[in-house]
Write a protein of this length. Sequence first.
Length: 198
Amino acid sequence: MDDLSETLGLNVRHLKLINLEWGVNIKTEIPPKEILTGLVMHKKKRFEKMYVSPGTHYVCTHSQVSIKIYDKGSQNRLAENIMRIEMAANRSVYINNLGITTPNDLKHQDIRVNLQNSLLYGGWGDLLLIEPSLIHYCHLNKQVPKRISKWVNPIYWLESENYTRCYQRKEYDEFRLLNGFDTKEKISQAILDKYREL
């Protein structure tokens, strides 16, 4: 900010922010592509594919903020599994609610915690992810494959009524955690660990 202030001849620390983008790169146990194809929706809005070269970004756009997730390792032609999760506020009201009005606010620890929490809970935590390995899961109970066939179908989630979706999501989350399908939780922990490093 000091360099920018000197270059531009004005104090950028106190300019009003309108847009802001923040996020983290995390390492994943499985290829990010397997995770990305399981992204269905954030809150009640579906993820859309945005083709870039190289790779595909998955974006969910709301009126004040958007969430973008993509394979950062593939984009930069790296051998590691690195996934990028970011949020972008396209209106100042969203970041104002996080306590941010100027670039100077970003130096405060409590503001950085607000950004972390918005990404971790409001961003990643509020999305619906189809567990990558669930489609291959076999169970002796004949009813379980029927339930799984619904859960791994994005159309089922997108076309369900709110009540059905909420009920089934609770059932889905309980089932996958009980059976060790915890990709979403591992990524939540990776986001938290990354923020602790910063």
